[in-house]
Design a protein around this ligand. Structure first.
Ligand SMILES: [Zn+2]
Length: 307
């Protein structure tokens, strides 16, 4: 389950963990440059005159926490509005795993919704409706390594409390298990799923299968509940993993469609507003906002960097 954040379009469940030792080193180097305080603390924020110490150095300009957050929100908002990802009449289903990317996506889309509600309330005509946001959590714990039931239940409880704390704008939470896809009648879906996964010999094949199943399940949730868009937290780093693995597997033909901002090949179009954001940036933002985040969710999603 830890790996489900991207919901299927961006990165494979193991894209970050399967990276070699060499890549780890360079990721750490990157994190160093984007780190909270540390070496960057002697530099002042290059964006505001507040004089706050820089915590982040993306692209060579030191930024304080607030400016860094605004910088990422700006990227997100530009991707959403510039590509018409979310229209006022839309109902958006956000695939949420608890990983850094989906947490940032949830927070940002909530802020956009809150602003839209605010301006709807203050406008005279109230002509334009405000888009709806819902959250879907796909429990994959049964597929590969079984997780204790209470851990999954705790994660679900936490997701509900995180989502319910985001107001205004009520957001429905949909919890589904990958096993549901394999249930017919009273059969044990998770057992069946594990059987199928075990029959697939290679790891990339299993990843593809799980990714596909996850996306089909998200499509099903969206269609049954009237959502018009599915939003994934796939970010630049996760997408880079996907580009590499798709190329290796000879899927170059469908690759451009896999990594576009809006993927309309599905019944319910899939949107990737964090496409241009690095996973390190998302992790740093989560670090800065850590107070609001349940720590154990972070632990649960430790191997979930790219999502
Ligand atoms: Zn600043």
């Amino acid at each position: 389950m830890a790996s489900s954040a991207c919901g299927g379009a961006g990165c494979g469940p193991h894209c970050s963990s399967s990276a070699g030792a060499g890549e780890d080193a360079s990721a750490e180097e990157r994190l160093g440059r984007l780190s909270v305080s540390g070496a960057a603390s002697s530099i002042a924020c290059g964006k505001c005159d507040g004089g706050g110490a820089a915590v982040a150095v993306p692209g060579g300009i030191g930024m304080c926490g607030e400016c860094f957050r605004a910088h990422l929100f700006g990227k997100f908002k530009l991707a959403v509005t510039g590509n018409a990802m979310v229209r006022p009449t839309d109902a958006v289903l956000l695939a949420f795993s608890g990983g850094p990317a989906s947490r940032v996506a949830l927070q940002f889309i909530h802020e956009m919704q809150a602003k839209a509600i605010q301006s709807w309330e203050t406008s005279n005509s109230q002509a334009l409706p405000v888009f709806v946001v819902g959250v879907a959590f796909v429990d994959e714990s049964g597929a590969l390594s079984p997780k204790p039931k209470h851990e999954v239940e705790r994660a679900v409880e936490d997701i509900r409390s995180i989502v319910s704390s985001l107001s205004p704008g009520e957001k429905a939470v949909h919890i589904a298990s990958l096993g549901d896809m394999f249930t017919s009648g009273s059969e044990d879906g998770v057992g069946k799923l594990r059987e199928v996964v075990a029959m697939i010999g290679d790891e990339t094949g299993r990843d593809d299968f799980l990714q596909r199943s996850r996306m089909l399940l998200l499509q099903k949730i969206a269609l049954e509940n009237g959502y018009t868009k599915i939003m994934l937290g796939s970010c630049a780093s996760g997408i880079a993993c996907h580009v590499l693995s798709a190329t290796v597997k000879g899927h170059g033909y469908s690759l451009p469609a896999d990594v576009q901002y809006v993927d309309t090949r599905w019944d319910v179009p899939v949107v990737l507003p964090l496409r241009d954001v690095l996973s390190q940036e998302l992790i740093l933002l989560c670090e800065l906002d850590r107070d609001q985040i349940e720590d154990y969710l972070l632990e649960l999603e430790d191997d979930d960097v790219g999502k």
